[in-house]
Design a binder for this molecule. Sequence first.
Ligand code: HEC
Length: 209
Amino acid sequence: MKKKSQPLKSGEKILFIVFGVFFVLATIAYVGLETVRLNSDEPMFEQTTFFDFSEEGKKGSELYRKARCNSCHRALRSGTSMGLILDGIGSKRSVEWLEAFILNPEATYGHETLDHGPSPKEAAYAMKMPREDITRIAIFLSELKADPGSSVSKMPPPEHSVFIDSMVKMWAPAEWKEKYTDIRDRKPEEEAVNVEQEQIKSEGDLVNE
Ligand code: HEC
């Protein structure tokens, strides 16, 4: 005997309508966004990272690709976002730091890592690559730069923001004002000393391991 199909309950009807409306709106929004994006001459997102490779850097980029670092990392519009995005990393990390990290990830981070480090970690092969390949990859990565103010840059944008300045004035504890200075007001000599201190610190970490 054939069962007669039941009519939808009103709760089910509401559920279908809500999902249906949501689906239609999402489709319209997606098509609209893509149409605007494809027809606009301006990039939708400001490009804040750039590069200018030296000969060694170019060799490094080839090694980076061959070593399949982009199975986890994203750089130069290819790769995945399973690991960190490496575009602009050269404005945050020095070439010495990058080399030290690949050779000795946990000591350089100063804490446990997820994928880099001795096997069975998944990116264990990175520290076992020939030393000169590691150097070239580090040079390549150090040449991936970012504009000041980009989320991957160490430096904030050069111009002052009234909003941020007033927030700092209102909320930052008084002792911060003595402890920290605006990174943009530092003279190049002071910056050099800071970099040196950071390097000494990471070398110290390496010795301790
Ligand atoms: C299996 C995934 C994976 C692969 C493959 C991989 N990485 Fe990573 N990478 C990570 C993760 C995750 C981190 C964050 C540190 C951690 O937890 O290991 C990281 C961190 C880094 C960092 C430090 C970034 C920073 O600023 O803290 C560098 C540099 C780096 N990877 C370079 C490489 C290079 C070069 C290769 C190829 C030889 C590579 N990675 C392959 C997952 C991966």
